[in-house]
Write a protein that binds this ligand. Sequence first.
Ligand code: NAI
Ligand SMILES: N[C@@H](CC=O)C(=O)O
Ligand code: NA
Length: 444
Amino acid sequence: MTTTAPEPSRTAPLRIAIAGLGTVGAGVIRLLDTNAQLIAMRAGRPIEVVAVSARDRGKDRGVDIARFAWEDDMTALARRDDVDVVVELVGGSDGPALALSRASLGAGKGLVTANKAMIAHHGLELAKLAEAANAALKFEAAVGGGIPVIKGLREGTSANALTKVYGILNGTCNYILSTMERTGADFADVLAEAQRLGFAEADPAFDIEGVDAAHKLAILAAIGFGTQVDFANVRVSGITEVRSADIAQAAALGFVIRLIGEADVEDTPEGPRLLQRVRPCLVARGHPLSAVEGATNAVVAEGNFSGRLLFQGAGAGDGPTASAVAADLIDIARDEVGAPFSIPGDHLSALPPAEPGHRPARTYIRFMVKDRPGVLAELTAALRDGDVSIESLIQQGRSQSGGEVMVAMVTHEGPERCVTQALALLEGSDSLMAKPLVLPILPL
Ligand SMILES: NC(=O)C1=CN([C@@H]2O[C@H](COP(=O)(O)OP(=O)(O)OC[C@H]3O[C@@H](n4cnc5c(N)ncnc54)[C@H](O)[C@@H]3O)[C@@H](O)[C@H]2O)C=CC1
Ligand SMILES: N[C@@H](CC=O)C(=O)O
Ligand code: NA
C-alpha cells in the first residue's frame, strides 16, 4: 500500500518564515498585521508568520517579533516542518541569502525575495531549482519596489513580443537627481537623506554606480525577452560624475537628468543580440519619464500588440516593497505559481550582447577644460574629425586665473560610435581637467 502526504487544506494558513528584519522585513510584518483580514479574504486563507531570523534579536524594529520562533542561523528556517514559504529579505548576491534560498527551494519550500542582486546573479539556477521542486520562486519586490512590473511583464504583456523595455529603476538615484534639480542641494547630503529614508542599498555604491539598476534591468530583460538573466553584459554607468552644473545646464536646455535602464533585442545578420545598458540620460521635459520625481520608479514596456505601457510608482521604501512581497505571498496562497521567468528555465535563450555603436543618438557632452586660448578649437576639431556635428555649444563663464571652465555641447543625431571616436582623439590632452561627461538624449 502506498501512502501520500495529505493535501494541505486551502483554508489552512500559509505558514511563512522571514529572514532579514530591516526596512523591508519589518515592513512586511507591519503590513501582514495591518491588513491581515483583507489578505486572508483575498488569498483564500490566512498568511501567518511562524519564524524569523536576523542579526540582532533584541533590536527595536517597531514591530513585535516576540510572538514568532527565532532562529540564529537563518538557513534553519528552510529546515522547519512548520514553514511552507521562506521570505528572504537579507540582501547580497551570495552569502547567507543565497545559501538560504538554495536550501529553501531544495527542501521544496516556496521562496519570496526582494533581492535583485541575487536574482540577477543566480536567477537561472534558482528558477531551475524551483521548477525541479515544483516550488514557487517569486521576486516582485526586486524590481520597481511596489510597482507590479514583474507581474505586468509576466502576465499582462505575456501575449506580446516586447520590442523594448526601459525606465527609471533606482529610487535612490532618482531621489538624488530630482532633489538636486529642485533644491540645488549637494549630492552627498541628498544621498545621506535617501539612506535615512531607507531607500538606499546597504552599500549605496550599488545605487549611485548604477549596479542596482543594472540588476533590475537584467531581470526585466529576462522576463520581457525570454532570455537567461545576463547581468554580466549590462553596460553600466552611474550618476557619480553628474555635477550640479550639468543639472542646471540640462534644465536651461529643456531637459532633466535621469538614470535610465534600457533593453531591447536587435536582429542582426548574425542573429538576435541583446542590448542592456544603464546610464544617466537627458530626458526632455514632456517625456513621461521627465516628471518622475523622488524615489518613484517608472518602466515603459513596448509590446507588438499592447503598444506602449507605463508602470509607475514607489520604487523603494518599506511600505511599497512590503506590498510587493505580500502580493507574491498571496499568489502562492492562491496556488498561482508558474515559471519564475515566465517561460521554463530550460527554454530561456542565451543571446550574445549587442554592439550599439551604429545606433543614432543625440548627445550632451560636458568638458571641464583649462581656460586658455585655443581650447574650444581643440575640442571642436576633435569632434569634426570624429564626424560629430554640433547642434549647440555653451561655455560657462570665465575663471579668474586661467583655471577651469565648463563647455557643454549638444550634438546633432549621429552614430553613437562617432562621439566615442572623437573623445578618443582628446585622450591625454592637457586641456582636459576631467574626463568628459557624455549623456545621451533619450528619444521621445
Ligand atoms: N529598502 C528598500 O527600499 C528595498 C530593498 N530591497 C531589497 O530588500 C532586501 C532587504 O533590504 P533592506 O530591508 O533595505 O535591508 P536592511 O539592511 O534594512 O535589512 C537587512 C536585514 O537582514 C539582516 N542581515 C543582513 N545580513 C545578515 C547576515 N549576514 N546574517 C543575518 N542577518 C543578516 C539584517 O540584520 C537586517 O535585519 C535587499 O535585498 C534589498 O536590495 C528591494 C526593494 C526595495
Ligand atoms: N536601493 C534601491 C531600493 C529598491 O530597490 C533603490 O534605491 O531603488
Ligand atoms: Na515590483
